[in-house]
Design a protein around this ligand. Structure first.
Ligand code: DGP
Length: 138
């Protein structure tokens, strides 16, 4: 991961064009340049952080407000009824652009996100839950 500006920084700065869908003080949404299905959109904070857990509460709240709005518009425009929201953090987790972004990906028959879901079992869950609770900051 380089520390330089990402492609999304350059979109935010107006250096690179995008198909803009929504914008407010804290959020921008635009069409993904390599869509998995028609209407595949990206919703990004204007705050320049690579990972979700680094976002300020204000950016996180703004993203939370924008996501359902953009999803409703994508569904209405494409006629899709189903969709996935995907948010990758880290190269091993398939993140390619190191600026927080949420994908809204309509699922239309075979088009959209394919998921391999290798479910495990819930072992010693309360120990783990207790550890996570201890790390949560109110
Ligand atoms: P991810 O693997 O979650 O980091 O996905 C990055 C997405 O960003 C990928 O679906 C393609 C999209 N993308 C990369 N470069 C550009 C660009 O220049 N413009 C737009 N609109 N999308 C881009």
């Amino acid at each position: 991961m380089s520390d330089g500006p990402t492609i999304f920084d350059r979109i935010l700065d107006g250096e690179i064009p995008c198909h803009r869908l929504y914008e407010d003080d804290l959020v921008l949404a635009f069409l993904d340049v390599a869509p998995l299905s028609p209407g595949h959109a990206l919703v990004i904070p204007k705050e320049r952080k690579p990972f979700l857990h680094q976002l300020s509460d204000d950016s996180a709240a703004a993203i939370g407000r924008a996501l359902p709005r953009v999803a409703r518009a994508v569904l209405a425009a494409t006629g899709a009824e189903h969709y996935n929201v995907l948010q990758n953090n880290g190269a091993p987790a398939h993140q390619a652009v190191f600026h927080v972004h949420f994908h809204i990906i309509p699922k239309v028959s075979e088009q959209g996100l394919g998921i391999e879901w290798n479910a495990g079992s819930l072992d010693d869950a309360e120990t783990l839950a207790e550890s996570i609770r201890k790390h949560l900051i109110a």
